[in-house]
Structure formats: structure tokens, C-alpha cells
Design a protein around this ligand. Structure first.
Ligand SMILES: Cc1cc2nc3c(=O)[nH]c(=O)nc-3n(C[C@H](O)[C@H](O)[C@H](O)COP(=O)(O)O)c2cc1C
Ligand SMILES: CCCCCCC(=O)C(=O)O
Length: 348
């Protein structure tokens, strides 16, 4: 498996086709799923030369945590559909790669089990109408040692994924559950409730609830990026949920520059959606992202070969990023800037 595309192909061969569709699919016509990767095809790099790049470093510091590279694991649901060890297998790979894993609120392993792998762990939250339950989840994530909360704000309701509707897939099979949504250790798990009434006041409430930094995931509009910071966000994740919510939403790479300008360095700006190559990471970082997240490629690695498969995905990207940086004349992440991107020639 030489590329992330090879890992995808291996995963597709192994997965139940209905579960493959759940992981691969997006909302509606999947225009935004396609747009995310197409955007990276449009931007071209303008490398610098003769810069002495024999010694290179990919490490970054993010919200007080040291990462070996600016690539982290975005939250994705239901890892036990891809591998019996589920999110624990994923976490072992992220721990070995010394990067952050964001655990989905819809994880099929408990936050305590995942944290026990020693991974740098953040917890993703859909704020629930039952605020007391939301608060209990936050306390549980804090107690487990999570280093940040990630509040996903692009889901006032659930995007309609036509593949899942056609396949009749709307729940986990018997024996699997969202393990962090149990009220009591033996009780039945709650379903996730989508709350269309959420407002910025609710974000401020979460930020006031915890000493952990709160990243807001699902920002595309620069004005929302500004509002998020004003309401206490410690970081922004430019994301369209991998094209699974609003079909027709802009590609994340196209949204990045305006968000970076609006945030004006106050907090880190991350991006996910369509990152498949080291050159994609370089492009996003050059345009102002502090780090990028990958969603589906991690699931493909997990389905293809468990922890080793996820590790392979992360190491493929690390190797590609290192080579791309050297070929751009950058010896460290901080050396990547907008001058390396031919923005003028990308056709929006
Ligand atoms: C199968 C799947 C499940 C996801 N589950 C969640 C989730 O539980 N919470 C969340 O905030 N985002 C979720 N996402 C969105 C990802 O965090 C991320 O934004 C997206 O996958 C990035 O795009 P990529 O898959 O092209 O890398 C999910 C995405 C996929 C593909
Ligand atoms: C059927 C419930 C799915 C839980 C939410 C996971 C998610 O955000 C996704 O994109 O899928």
C-alpha cells in the first residue's frame, strides 16, 4: 500500500459494503465530498530552492501539546464497524505516531479505554439538549485526561446521507453501541440528539464549563470564526464534516484563507476534509492552518490492518509531508507560508 488511495482500496475489499458506504458516503449528491479533494487539485505550489533543507523537523506545538507532525486524527464514529478493537486500535497508532486523536462522541469504545493507550486525546462533543448529561460527558472526558474538547457545530440536525438511506443503515448492529453515551455502566446507551436550537450562548456555556481548551469544529464562514473566538473558543477547525452535512458547502481549503484572516492569530486554525497527500498538508499549512485532520483515511487504515493500518496511513503522510517540505525549501513547519502557493492561478 504505497498511497492512501491503496489503503482505501484494501479497506473497501474488506468492509461490509453497507458499512463501507457509511464511512465513504456524504450528504446528497456528495458534491462537497468531491469538492474537498478537488480543491487540493486546484492549488499549485511554488517551491523555493537552495535553502539547505538537509535537517528537517515536522514537529509542532498545539494547545500546549507536542506533536511529532501537524497531522491529527479527526473524530469519526463507529470504529468497531471497521475493526473489533475499534477506537482503541486507532488510538494505539496515533500514540505510536505521537499525534492527537480526537475521539468521536459516537465512539464504540469508552473514553477511559482509549485514554489508557497513552494517546494524546481530545474529546468531540455534540452539545445535547440535556445539559446535565452534556456536562457529565465533559467531566468524564476531563477525568480520563483529554487535553481539549472539540464542539461540533455543523450538525443542528443530521445530514441526509443517501447511501445510508438506500441501504437502510440507521443504527449500529446488535452488540455494538456508542459506549460513552451510557448513563450508567450497565444502562442502555442514549441516542445522540441533534439540537437545532443551539446558539453561540451554548458555545459560551461549554467554554465556561471546563478549563480545557474548546475547539469549534465545522466553521466555514469567517464571521463565524470571529464569533467563535469572541465566545471563548481556543481553536477553530475549518471543516464541512467531510461533506456529510450540507451538500454544496464550500471546500474547506477554499474557506481557509478568509477564516485565518478573521482569526488573526488569536487561536490556532485547523482544517480537515480531503487531505490525502503530503502536498495537501503543505498547501493547508502554507495558507495558515496550524495542523490538519484526516477522517476517512484513518478508517481505511483501521479496516485494512487495524493498528498497523492506521500507523501506515500516518507514516505515509509523514513521509510525503517531509519530502514535500524539502522540495518546497522548508526545513520546518514554520517555514511554510502563503508565498509557496500559487493562489492567483487557482480557479475558484
Ligand atoms: C464515517 C465518518 C464519521 C464521522 N463522525 C464524526 C463525528 O462523530 N463527529 C464529528 O465531529 N465529525 C465526524 N465526522 C467528520 C470528520 O471528523 C471529518 O470532519 C471529516 O471526515 C474530514 O474529511 P475526510 O474524511 O475527507 O478526511 C465523520 C466523518 C466520517 C467520514
Ligand atoms: C447514525 C449516528 C451517527 C453518529 C454521528 C456520526 C457523524 O457525525 C457522522 O458524520 O456520521
Amino acid at each position: 500500500m504505497l498511497t492512501l488511495s491503496d489503503v482505501h482500496d484494501a479497506a473497501e475489499r474488506r468492509l461490509d459494503p453497507v458499512h463501507y458506504d457509511f464511512f465513504a458516503g456524504g450528504a446528497g449528491e456528495e458534491r462537497t465530498v468531491a469538492a474537498n479533494t478537488e480543491a487540493f487539485d486546484r492549488y499549485r505550489l511554488v517551491p523555493r530552492v537552495l535553502r539547505g533543507v538537509g535537517r528537517r523537523g515536522l514537529d509542532v506545538e498545539l494547545l500546549g501539546q507536542a506533536l511529532s507532525m501537524p497531522v491529527l486524527v479527526s473524530p469519526t464514529a463507529f470504529h468497531r464497524l471497521a475493526h473489533p478493537d475499534g477506537e482503541v486500535a486507532t488510538a494505539r497508532a496515533a500514540a505510536a505516531a505521537r499525534t492527537v486523536m480526537i475521539l468521536s462522541m459516537a465512539a464504540t469504545r469508552t473514553v477511559e479505554d482509549v485514554a489508557a493507550t497513552g494517546v494524546r486525546l481530545w474529546f468531540q462533543l455534540f452539545v445535547q439538549p440535556d445539559r446535565a448529561f452534556t456536562e457529565r460527558l465533559v467531566r468524564r472526558a476531563e477525568k480520563a485526561g483529554c487535553g481539549a474538547l472539540v464542539v461540533t457545530v455543523d450538525a443542528p440536525l443530521f445530514g441526509r446521507r443517501d447511501r445510508d438511506v438506500r441501504n437502510g443503515f440507521d443504527d449500529l448492529p446488535a452488540g455494538l453501541a456508542c459506549e460513552n453515551l451510557r448513563e450508567a455502566p450497565t444502562g442502555p446507551p442514549r441516542p445522540i440528539t441533534w439540537d437545532p436550537e443551539l446558539t453561540w450562548a451554548d458555545l459560551a456555556w461549554v467554554c465556561g464549563l471546563t478549563p480545557l481548551p474548546v475547539l469549534v469544529k465545522g466553521i466555514l464562514h469567517p464571521d463565524d470564526a470571529h464569533l467563535a473566538v469572541e465566545h471563548g473558543a481556543g481553536g477553530i477547525i475549518v471543516s464541512n464534516h467531510g461533506g456529510r452535512q450540507l451538500d454544496g458547502a464550500t471546500a474547506t481549503l477554499d474557506a481557509l484563507t478568509d477564516v485565518v484572516d478573521a482569526v488573526a492569530g488569536r487561536v490556532p486554525v485547523l482544517l480537515d476534509g480531503g487531505v490525502r497527500r503530503g502536498t495537501d498538508v503543505v498547501t493547508a499549512l502554507a495558507l495558515g492552518a496550524t495542523a490538519v485532520g484526516i477522517g476517512r483515511p484513518v478508517v481505511w487504515g483501521l479496516a485494512a490492518d487495524g493498528t498497523a493500518g492506521v500507523r501506515h496511513v500516518l507514516e505515509l503522510l509523514r513521509g510525503e509531508l517531509d519530502r514535500a517540505m524539502a522540495l518546497c525549501g522548508a526545513d520546518r513547519v514554520a517555514a511554510l507560508g502563503p508565498d509557496l502557493v500559487d493562489i492567483g492561478r487557482c480557479h475558484r
